[in-house]
Design a protein around this ligand. Structure first.
Ligand code: IMP
Ligand code: MG
Length: 172
């Protein structure tokens, strides 16, 4: 059985969402935000964060999969479920659970750019900067974390479980 250690508490996540929400609110003065949450891992964070964004917000969801073994992504990223909405002219905020190699977000950003939105920004709950393989601009990061496998608050263990833990823990 893997060893689980608390990394970020629910209170810390909530406080950070409140601060980031305020920052995003200021950055989008006079604008509406079209949130694109990357399924499945980002939904807990996307719900918490957007409660603190005091601008009109609409939502859409996209599913991407990067191929490789269970804890490490390979080069190839595929879109398994596309958006329902037309994003042309919209101010998109992509919300992701974690940025690791950067391949998923790079692929999604490039793909959405072709659909002519007014702007695209990226917000991630977690960032493992040491792991970056592909360069991608991330506008908002809730927490930078060390290169350890984490679960909870949307993030799953290798078998799809543990997403519903109300905190973030490392697994070793
Ligand atoms: P990237 O394309 O390498 O940046 O991969 C990002 C994706 O890998 C995330 O959306 C997660 O699904 C998954 N991932 C990366 N690190 C972890 C982790 O520590 N725990 C759970 N999932 C992870
Ligand atoms: Mg993911």
């Amino acid at each position: 059985m893997a060893n689980m250690t608390m990394l970020i508490t629910e209170e810390e996540i909530d406080k950070r969402c409140s601060d980031l929400g305020m920052e995003i609110t200021k950055a989008y003065e006079g604008k509406s935000i079209h949130v694109i949450a990357v399924l499945t891992g980002s939904v807990f964070f996307a719900c918490e964060l957007t409660k603190y964004i005091m601008r009109p917000v609409t939502f859409d969801f996209i599913t991407a999969a990067s191929y490789g073994n269970s804890t490490e992504s390979s080069g190839e990223v595929k879109v398994l479920k596309d958006l329902i909405s037309d994003v042309e002219g919209k101010d998109i905020l992509i919300i992701e659970d974690i940025i690791d190699s950067g391949r998923t977000l790079k692929k999604l950003k490039d793909m959405l750019q072709e659909r002519k939105p007014n702007s695209i920004k990226i917000c991630t709950m977690l960032d493992k900067p040491e792991r970056r393989v592909v360069d991608v601009d991330v506008d908002y990061v809730a927490f930078k974390i060390p290169d350890k496998f984490v679960v909870g608050y949307g993030l799953d263990y290798t078998d799809g479980t543990m997403r519903n833990l109300p905190y973030i823990a490392t697994m070793e």
